[in-house]
Write a protein that binds this ligand. Structure first.
Ligand SMILES: Nc1ncnc2c1ncn2[C@@H]1O[C@H](COP(=O)(O)OP(=O)(O)OP(=O)(O)O)[C@@H](O)[C@H]1O
Length: 594
C-alpha cells in the first residue's frame, strides 16, 4: 500500500505563511557540513579523489615541464648545447605537450565519474531520508523548492568534487612540488616561493569567500527586489497610470536597481582584492626568485640552468593557484546547497551528517519522540483497531491549532469531520494519519500512538488532490495494493459507478490515463480515487472531500461505498463540506469554534 506519497501531495503547499512566521525546515538554521561528511554522503572513495588529483597534477606538471624545458633552452642557448642535448629537449617538449592533454583528459574522466556517481548516491540517500523524515517539514516547502533542492542543489553538491576539491588538491600538490624543486635548487628561493604561494592561496581564498558570501546575501535580496519591482511596474502599468502611481513604481524600480548595483559592487570589491593579492604575490614571487637566482649565479656559483629554473618556476606554480578563487566560490555554493538539502532531512535536524555538531535540545527531544514511537511504527501491537482521538488538535507551524477533538472510532464505524473552509479539517486528517505530529493531544490505534509509518499498514488516506498517474487504469488502482487483479479492479470501478465509463474505453483497464488526471473529468477522477480507497487493505481509511465533483448518482455510490466498507469491518473518517452524505457516519465532529 502506497498512500504516503498521496498524503504528501494531498497537503496544500501554500507554505508562504509557514516559511515567514515560524522557523520551519526552510527557515531553521541549517546544520554545518564538513568536507569529510560530504564525501561520505556522496560515497566518494579517497582513492578516486587521489586519482583525479594525481592526473590533474600530472597535467599541470607537464605544463611546468614545458616551462622548465623552455627555461633550460634559454639558459643553454648562449652556451651552444650539443645536438644530442637539443634532441632530448625536442623530445621532452613533445612528451610534455602530449602528456598535458592526455592527463587533462584522464583527470576529467576520473573526476566526472566520481562526481556523477556521487550525485546519484547523494540523491538516493536524500530521497530515502525525505521518505522517513517528519512530513510537516517537507510539506511546508513549496513544490518548486523541493524540486530545486533535489535537483540543482544536489548537483551543486556534486560539483564540489570537480570544481572545488580536485582543483584545490591539484593547486596544493603542484605548489608543494614547485616549492620542493625550488628548495632543492636554492633553499631561500624555495622559502620565498612557499610564502608567496601561501599568501596568495590563503588571502585570495578568504577574500573570495567573503565576496561569494556578500553576493549570496545582499546580491540575492537585491536581485529579488529588482524582479518584484519590475513585475509590479509591468503588470500594474495600467492601474498605476490610472491612479497616478506610475512615478512611484518607476522610482521603486530605480531604487531597487541602485541597490542591486551597490550589492554587486560590494561583492565585487573583495573579489577584486583577491585577484590583486594573487597577482601581487605572483609578481613578488617572480621578482624575488629572479633576484635570488641571479645573485646566487653571480656570487655562489649556481649553474645558469638551475638559476633559470628557479627564476621561471613561480610562473607555473601560480598557474595552479589561479584556480583557487573559482574553487572557493564553488565550495561556498556547494556548502550552501548542502545546507538547504540537509535542512529537509532528519539528519539535517540532528546534525548526524556532520558528526554530532549542532544538536539542539529540541533535536534531542525529537529523537526521543521518534525512538519512543518506533515500536508502534512497525505494526500495530494489538488486534484492537480502535481509533482514539484524545484532545487532538492539529496545526501547521504558522497556523492556529484546531479545537481539540476527543472521540473514539471502533472498527466498522464512520466519523465525519466538518467545519468552515480553512479551519483545519485536512490538517486534522493528516494528523490522524500520522503525517503531521499533533499540536496537542494524541491519536492512537489500539492504544499505540499513530506515526507516519502507521500509514499504509493500518491507516490509508485519500487526499483531496490524490494523484492520478500517467499509466493504465489498472496500475492506478494498484497504487492501493500491488496485487489487485483485473477482476477486483473491475468490481471496485463498478462499486463507484464507473462501469459505463470503463466500458466506453476500448482498452478497458489498460487504458492509459493522462498524468494528473488530465484525461478524466473531475467526477470520474473522484470515483477512481474512491475505487482505489475501496481496494486498500488498510482497516482504517481517511478520505478528504469524497463528495467533491460528484453528481447525485455519484453521491449515492459514495454512500454505498462507505456502507460497504463499514460492513466489511473497516473504519472510515470523512472530511466533507457536503452535509448530505453525513447520514452514513456514526458521529460528526465540527471544528468550527462556537
Ligand atoms: N502544507 C501546508 N503548509 C502550511 N500551511 C498549510 C499547508 N496546508 C494548509 N495550510 C494552512 O492550514 C490551514 C488549514 O488548512 P486545511 O486545508 O486544513 O483547511 P480545511 O479546513 O481543510 O480547508 P478546506 O475546507 O478549504 O479544504 C490553512 O490556513 C492553510 O493555509
Amino acid at each position: 500500500m502506497n498512500t504516503a506519497p498521496h498524503a504528501a501531495r494531498g497537503a496544500k503547499r501554500d507554505g508562504s505563511a509557514a516559511s515567514t512566521a515560524v522557523p520551519t525546515a526552510a527557515s531553521a538554521a541549517p546544520p554545518r557540513l564538513n568536507v569529510r561528511s560530504l564525501l561520505r554522503e556522496a560515497e566518494v572513495r579517497p582513492l578516486r579523489i587521489a586519482t583525479s588529483v594525481g592526473a590533474g597534477t600530472m597535467a599541470l606538471g607537464s605544463a611546468i615541464g614545458l616551462a622548465a624545458v623552455a627555461a633550460w633552452l634559454i639558459a643553454e642557448a648562449a652556451q651552444m648545447p650539443s645536438p644530442a642535448a637539443l634532441a632530448v629537449a625536442a623530445v621532452s617538449v613533445r612528451f610534455f605537450g602530449i602528456a598535458r592533454g592526455v592527463f587533462r583528459y584522464l583527470e576529467r574522466l576520473a573526476s566526472h565519474e566520481t562526481a556523477l556517481s556521487g550525485v546519484v548516491a547523494l540523491r538516493t540517500r536524500t530521497y530515502d531520508r525525505v521518505a522517513q523524515s517528519d512530513a510537516s517539514r517537507v510539506l511546508s516547502l513549496k513544490r518548486g523548492d523541493i524540486v530545486a533542492r533535489m535537483g540543482g542543489d544536489i548537483d551543486a553538491m556534486g560539483d564540489a568534487v570537480v570544481r572545488s576539491i580536485v582543483p584545490l588538491g591539484v593547486a596544493a600538490t603542484v605548489s608543494l612540488i614547485a616549492v620542493a624543486i625550488t628548495t632543492a635548487c636554492l633553499p631561500l628561493a624555495g622559502l620565498a616561493l612557499a610564502l608567496c604561494l601561501a599568501a596568495a592561496a590563503v588571502l585570495g581564498g578568504a577574500l573570495t569567500w567573503r565576496s561569494a558570501k556578500l553576493a549570496a546575501e545582499a546580491g540575492t535580496v537585491a536581485a529579488a527586489r529588482v524582479s518584484t519591482a519590475t513585475l509590479e511596474a509591468i503588470e500594474g502599468a495600467i492601474e498605476n497610470r490610472v491612479w497616478g502611481r506610475r512615478d512611484d513604481a518607476l522610482a521603486e524600480l530605480r531604487a531597487a536597481d541602485r541597490d542591486a548595483e551597490d550589492a554587486s559592487e560590494l561583492a565585487a570589491r573583495p573579489a577584486a582584492w583577491a585577484a590583486a593579492v594573487i597577482q601581487a604575490s605572483q609578481g613578488v614571487a617572480l621578482v624575488v626568485a629572479l633576484w635570488l637566482a641571479v645573485t646566487a649565479a653571480h656570487h655562489a656559483g649556481l649553474p645558469p640552468t638551475t638559476a633559470a629554473i628557479v627564476a621561471l618556476l613561480p610562473l607555473s606554480a601560480f598557474e595552479a593557484v589561479s584556480a583557487v578563487p573559482g574553487a572557493v566560490v564553488q565550495a561556498f555554493r556547494s556548502a550552501a546547497a548542502a545546507r538547504r538539502v540537509l535542512a529537509i532531512t532528519p539528519e539535517g535536524e540532528s546534525g548526524q551528517v556532520n558528526g554530532d555538531e549542532g544538536k539542539s535540545a529540541d533535536d534531542g527531544e525529537h529523537a526521543r519522540e521518534e525512538a519512543a514511537s518506533a515500536p508502534a511504527m512497525a505494526a500495530p501491537a494489538t488486534d484492537d483497531l480502535t481509533l482514539a482521538l484524545n484532545g487532538l488538535s492539529a496545526a501547521w507551524p504558522a497556523m492556529r491549532p484546531t479545537r481539540p477533538v476527543t472521540t473514539t472510532l471502533r472498527p466498522g464505524g464512520a466519523l465525519g469531520i466538518v467545519g468552515r473552509s480553512g479551519i483545519g479539517k485536512t490538517t486534522l486528517l493528516l494528523t490522524i494519519a500520522g503525517v503531521l505530529r499533533p499540536a496537542a493531544g494524541s491519536v492512537t490505534v489500539g492504544g499505540a500512538p499513530v506515526t507516519a509509518a502507521t500509514l499504509g499498514h493500518t491507516i490509508a488516506i485519500t487526499p483531496e488532490d490524490a494523484h492520478v498517474f500517467g499509466t493504465t487504469i489498472l496500475e492506478n488502482l494498484r497504487v492501493a495494493r500491488g496485487d489487485v487483479t483485473p477482476e477486483q479492479a473491475a468490481d471496485a470501478l463498478r462499486a463507484v459507478g464507473l462501469e459505463p465509463w470503463l466500458a466506453s474505453q476500448p482498452p478497458g483497464l489498460d487504458t492509459i490515463l493522462g498524468a494528473g488526471a488530465l484525461t478524466v473529468s473531475g467526477g470520474e477522477r473522484r470515483r477512481l480515487l474512491l475505487a482505489r480507497a475501496l481496494l486498500s487493505p488498510a482497516p482504517l481509511h481517511l478520505i478528504d472531500e469524497p463528495a467533491e465533483h460528484l453528481d447525485a448518482d455519484g453521491i449515492d455510490a459514495l454512500r454505498s461505498l462507505v456502507l460497504a466498507m463499514k460492513a466489511a469491518g473497516r473504519s472510515v473518517v470523512i472530511v466533507t463540506h457536503d452535509l448530505g452524505i453525513l447520514d452514513v457516519v456514526d458521529e460528526v465532529v465540527s471544528l468550527d469554534v462556537d
